[in-house]
Design a protein around this ligand. Structure first.
Ligand code: IMP
Length: 214
C-alpha cells in the first residue's frame, strides 16, 4: 500500500520511517517525494485545541491533496507545573516562527526554563504526547495516541533528538531523550508508541485483505 508521511520535519520522518520499516507492502513517500509544496492552508491547519483534531486535519488535508492514504502526527510537551503548556502550541512556544528549526528549538527550551525557574525538581513532571492520524482520500480517519513520561531538567543534556529532548529526562533509563540513540528513543518515546500502534493496524488491514482475496 502506498502511504504519504505528511511531515516536513526530517527528525520526525526518520523516526516514523524506522518504526514502519517492517510493515509488509507499505511504500512510504514524503511530502518532498510527492512534490507537495507548503501552502498557507497547510500552515493554518494547527489551530485546534487537541492533538487529535490537529493530526486528523493534517492527515485528511494531505490524503485529499495526494489521493493516497496519509499519515500525520501532532505532538507536543505537557508540563504539569504549567497546567499542561506548551501542549498543542509546543512548536510555537517562543513565537519564533520563520527562524530555522534548531533556533526555534533553542528559544523554546529557553522559554520553558525561564517559566520553570524556581520550580523544585519533584514538581517538574511532564509528558510528551504524540497522536498519529491515518486518513484515506474519502475522509475516513483513525487516530493512535502515545505518551512518554519524564521530568524537565534545569539545564540541557545531550545532542541527539530535537525539540525539548535535551531537557526531557526519562527516569526509567536515567538519561534525557537527547542522550538516547535513535533506536532507544523510538523504543521509549510517545512517537514510537503511537506509530507502533499504526504499524499493528496496517498489518491487520493487510492480513484482512489477504484473507478476503482468497
Ligand atoms: P508539531 O510539528 O506541531 O507536531 O510540533 C511538535 C513540537 O513539539 C515540536 O516542534 C517540538 O517542539 C515538540 N516535540 C514533539 N515531539 C518531540 C520529540 O520527540 N522531541 C522533542 N520535542 C518534541
Amino acid at each position: 500500500m502506498p502511504c504519504l508521511v505528511a511531515t516536513r520535519s526530517a527528525h520526525k520522518l526518520a523516526e516514523i520511517g524506522k518504526i514502519l520499516a517492517d510493515v509488509p507492502g507499505l511504500q512510504l513517500t514524503d511530502l518532498e517525494g510527492a512534490a507537495i509544496p507548503e501552502s498557507d492552508e497547510e500552515r493554518g491547519l494547527e489551530r485546534f485545541a487537541t492533538f487529535e483534531e490537529n493530526a486528523v486535519a493534517k492527515a485528511r488535508y494531505f490524503a485529499a491533496k495526494s489521493g493516497i492514504p496519509s499519515l500525520a502526527d501532532d505532538s507536543g510537551l505537557e508540563v504539569d507545573a504549567l497546567d499542561g503548556r506548551p501542549g498543542v502550541r509546543s512548536r510555537r512556544f517562543a513565537h519564533a516562527d520563520g527562524l530555522p528549526p534548531d533556533v526555534q528549538d533553542r528559544l523554546n527550551n529557553e522559554r520553558l526554563l525561564e517559566l520553570l525557574g524556581g520550580t523544585s525538581p519533584s514538581q517538574r513532571t511532564a509528558r510528551y504526547v504524540c497522536v498519529a492520524a491515518l486518513a484515506f482520500p474519502d475522509g475516513t480517519a483513525y487516530t493512535f495516541r502515545g505518551v512518554a513520561n519524564g521530568l524537565i531538567l534545569g539545564c540541557p543534556r545531550g545532542t541527539g533528538g530535537f525539540g525539548y529532548d535535551p531537557l526531557f529526562y526519562d527516569r526509567g533509563i536515567g538519561r534525557t531523550f537527547a542522550e538516547l540513540t535513535p533506536e532507544e528513543k523510538n523504543e521509549r518515546s510517545h512517537r514510537g508508541e503511537a506509530f507502533r500502534a499504526v504499524a499493528r493496524f496496517l498489518r491487520e488491514c493487510a492480513a484482512e485483505k489477504e484473507t478476503q482475496a482468497r
